[in-house]
Ligand binder design. Sequence first.
Ligand code: DAH
Length: 341
Amino acid sequence: MTLDAKLEELRRGTLAAFAAAISVEELEEARVEALGRKGTLASISKDFGKLSPEERARVGKLLNSVKQDLETEYESKKLRFEQTDLAERLAKEWIDVTLPAPGVRPGSLHPITQLQGEIEDLFTSLGFAVLYGPEVETEEHNFDALNIPATHPARDMQDTFWLSDGQLLRTHTSPVQVRGMRTLRPPLRMIAPGRVFRNEEVDASHEHTFYQLEGMMVDRDVSVANLTYFMKTLLSSIFKREVTVRLRPGYFPFVEPGFELDIRCLICNGEGCAVCKHSGWVELLPCGLVHPNVLRMSSIDPEEWGGFAFGLGLTRLAMMRYGIDDIRQLQGGDLRFLTQF
Ligand code: DAH
């Protein structure tokens, strides 16, 4: 075979091998076989010495053109492989960066739930039972048995959602006092956290649905000193420091005497600031000694037993503790807000 024929054969055969290659590896193999250091082209060039100078010039040109053809074809096919490869990878490995990251993301308890849990732990350690009354209550539990008869103006203090069957959505957690007295019997210690409902216009500090935590202790010789002790213990534990409390008279039909309990302002230590409206004191919770009528209506003899009760605004307390200035955020379910706690 002449060198010309060998070169033509190499061109044809290698182009066919390039065309048949289905991977970069196969393409590379074909290239090495034809153009590599020990490849066909190299061995053909060895025979160049046998040619006359004129022949050498002519065949040399042919050799160069074969070499160039093969290299060009090799490069372009390799490029095509790389491009389809890239396209495939892009199609396969495409990710939507706007999707949430995979995996379980830990949630957290609502700030009110956290606070409620802490207070439950504290009172359980002090021997109190935790009761959860129903949210749909009878008029008797919510009002009458708490010394608020139908004709009493105190009924107007709480704007009530009445149900068509004469029941109501409890306006406070105090009806659980009645349930506690009637089931536990004295001596008893109980707290009752839960949701309460008022027909309120909603704004930054009013909600139709909020949380309270009721407390009650009925025993022999219960005095205001007992009440103050438990309230100081409660508040020091919530605010994680010693607090100073004071009692002012306050009216609630189910306690006598009734009080508003204030704490010395934790922001300014009583010097006066915006939070305490420059009074040095912050109103925190109403409380008092259980009214004899209330004991009597749950068949407890007020001559033998006495008690204290308090009604903590859980929602308000959570707002104070975490510095939340709009009550609606606590009900809104906005994760940007909730994940801070
Ligand atoms: N139940 C009252 C309310 O929601 C709060 C209250 C006041 C509860 C005095 C008490 C108490 O236990 O002794 O307005």
